[in-house]
Design a protein around this ligand. Structure first.
Ligand code: SAM
Length: 282
């Protein structure tokens, strides 16, 4: 495995010492809480990005998804966004993620929620995907690309698996041109050495070389700031493993607290901005 992929995988799984024990813990918590296991109910656990489920709903509203669409969630994490898409639109969703423990949790949640006929998960890198060309009508990604240095190759790989005329939706951090350096660690990187944040112009150029035509670039930094201040989700993200509700802290551990705080500070200080974008496969 290339260094970048190994570093990223280990970063996200650092707090998981015993994957089987974690799965058992999630399983018994789900049983204790009873059915139904909906995207809304699980959002504080399985939506791993600024804005939580609300951001996934916003992005989906911009993507135009048909019930018979084949959708790829690139960097699917714990599976909240993919389950939401399957629940809300009835489409078939494939999630791919580098972290095998995350894939196992996503599959467990899908099984328990009764949507495993609509969603499936694969362990692997989105830089080299095990799917034939032109497989998907829609590809989406949220808060993953900061882990990938060679953005040109990544976007070419995404374009490869998209059908002609298909759409690529993204919700990602980016940096303003000439802005101040972000604070680290962040949720995706211990330091600047393992983080790749592009400017808008750099991102657009990278998408264009891959044959992805930008039809929407919407800066959603203000919504991100509102979410940070009003929803108090940061505390949930950083909650200790003994927290009362389903918490992302079970998976990422207490080390997430300073990382999330830095991400929030970076957004509030304008060092990092947030964008939702839509591209068409040209
Ligand atoms: C911040 S989480 C976001 C997860 C999910 N997109 C969400 O919004 O809930 C970033 C995820 O990207 C995954 N990731 C990072 N680099 C990847 C790569 N090269 N291929 C596949 N997944 C990757 C990580 O394992 C992690 O699950």
């Amino acid at each position: 495995m290339l260094d970048e992929l190994a570093i990223t995988r280990d970063h996200y799984q650092a707090a998981i010492n015993d994957p089987a024990a974690l799965l058992a813990r999630i399983s018994s918590a789900l049983e204790a809480h009873g059915a139904p296991i909906t995207a809304e109910r699980m959002g504080s656990f399985d939506q791993f990005h600024i804005g939580g489920l609300a951001s996934s709903i916003e992005l989906a509203a911009r993507m135009d998804i048909a019930g018979d669409a084949q959708v790829l969630d690139a960097g699917s994490g714990l599976g909240g966004p993919s389950r939401y898409l399957a629940e809300a639109f009835g489409c078939q969703v494939t999630g791919i993620d580098l972290a095998p423990a995350y894939v196992a949790i996503a599959q467990l949640l899908a099984d328990k929620a009764g949507v495993s006929e609509k969603v499936r998960y694969v362990a692997g890198s989105i830089t080299d995907m095990p799917f034939p060309s032109e497989t998907f009508d829609r590809v989406w990604t949220q808060h993953v690309v900061m882990n990938i240095r060679d953005r040109d190759s990544l976007y070419r790989e995404i374009r490869r698996v998209l059908k002609m005329g298909g759409r690529f939706a993204f919700y990602d951090p980016y940096v303003p041109a000439g802005g101040e350096a972000p604070h680290y660690p962040t949720p995706w990187a211990e330091s600047a050495a393992t983080s790749t944040l592009l400017t808008e112009d750099e991102t657009r150029a990278s998408l264009a070389q891959a044959g992805l035509k930008v039809v929407l670039w919407e800066d959603v930094s203000e919504q991100g700031k509102d979410w940070i201040t009003q929803q108090q989700q940061i505390r949930q993200l950083a909650a200790a493993p003994t927290g009362p509700a389903f918490s992302l802290g079970w998976v990422v551990g207490p080390r997430m607290q300073p990382m999330v705080a830095n991400f929030a500070k970076n957004i509030q200080e304008g060092r990092i901005r947030l964008v939702m974008g839509i591209c068409e496969a040209a």
